[in-house]
Design a protein around this ligand. Sequence first.
Ligand SMILES: Cc1cc2nc3c(=O)[nH]c(=O)nc-3n(C[C@H](O)[C@H](O)[C@H](O)COP(=O)(O)OP(=O)(O)OC[C@H]3O[C@@H](n4cnc5c(N)ncnc54)[C@H](O)[C@@H]3O)c2cc1C
Length: 284
Amino acid sequence: MPVEPPVVSPATLAEAFDRLADGPVTPIAGGTDLMVAITGELGEPPDRMLDLWLLDELRGIAIEGDAIVLGALTTYTEIRRSALCREHLPALVEAAATIGAAQIQNRGTIGGNAVTASPAGDTLPLLLALDASLVCGSVRGEREVAASAFWPAYRRTALAPDELLMRVRLPLAAGRETRFRKVGTRRAQSISKVVMALSYRDAAKAGWTDARVALGSVAPTPIRASATEAALEGRSPTPETADRAAETLASELQPIDDVRSTAEYRRVVAARVLHRLIREAGGW
Ligand SMILES: Cc1cc2nc3c(=O)[nH]c(=O)nc-3n(C[C@H](O)[C@H](O)[C@H](O)COP(=O)(O)OP(=O)(O)OC[C@H]3O[C@@H](n4cnc5c(N)ncnc54)[C@H](O)[C@@H]3O)c2cc1C
């Protein structure tokens, strides 16, 4: 009987779905997370892998109706070079530029970042703040999962074992602005100690509406800071608003202590990052 190779490269999406349905098999996209685990030092390496790289159905950046849609295999380099992303998602372009170095940006994908589900994954706060939905597919068809429901627990996702992440859908709301900031030990090649996305619609005299504050690296999953969001609702980006929002965030957060940082450092830094983002928005 022929022995199945440890990595199979399906030529079609249908074949990939069939292989996943026959499971167990681990999808591999750019491999920048998975190949680190291949030595077995970080846990059990996968026995069999399903190489997604040839599946063009998982590629592409396009406007579809009132959303911009990124295929799961979209790399950080593609995001950085995309005219559509630069126009509609400048904060995502900014985030992509902070991820790893050129080698990682050429191979690492937005889908891999979402499915790895690291609390330090740099795009995850943006997906939360932009109200993304993640489109999952399998032999049973497709379904959409809101970003707010996609990471239910530490390093877990809402994907079933036979599902692929197909694409990420980001609504384009008129007047929405989004800001991103990552704090690490150094500017390049660092894992975040705090990563934040702030998003709002500026209704001029009526202040900010639909404010969203999302953070990574401060909890077992990426989170939204709902009390802080409430403190920003209807406010203008003044020094008073920034002080109040930063205080609210510092009391709302219950950060983690880990090898990269203490909880107290994360609390103080998160509050200062938010203060600075509001200050930048207010231009003072
Ligand atoms: C040196 C280095 C620096 C890094 N720097 C950063 C950084 O600054 N910020 C950051 O956030 N990350 C960083 N990373 C982590 C990594 O590059 C990213 O998480 C990247 O986006 C992973 O994408 P990938 O395509 O390589 O995923 P893979 O390694 O191919 O896959 C990761 C996981 O996702 C699953 N998967 C991938 N695609 C799909 C899909 N379409 N459907 C279902 N499951 C899927 C795989 O089974 C696996 O479990 C770094 C990694 C390295 C090695």
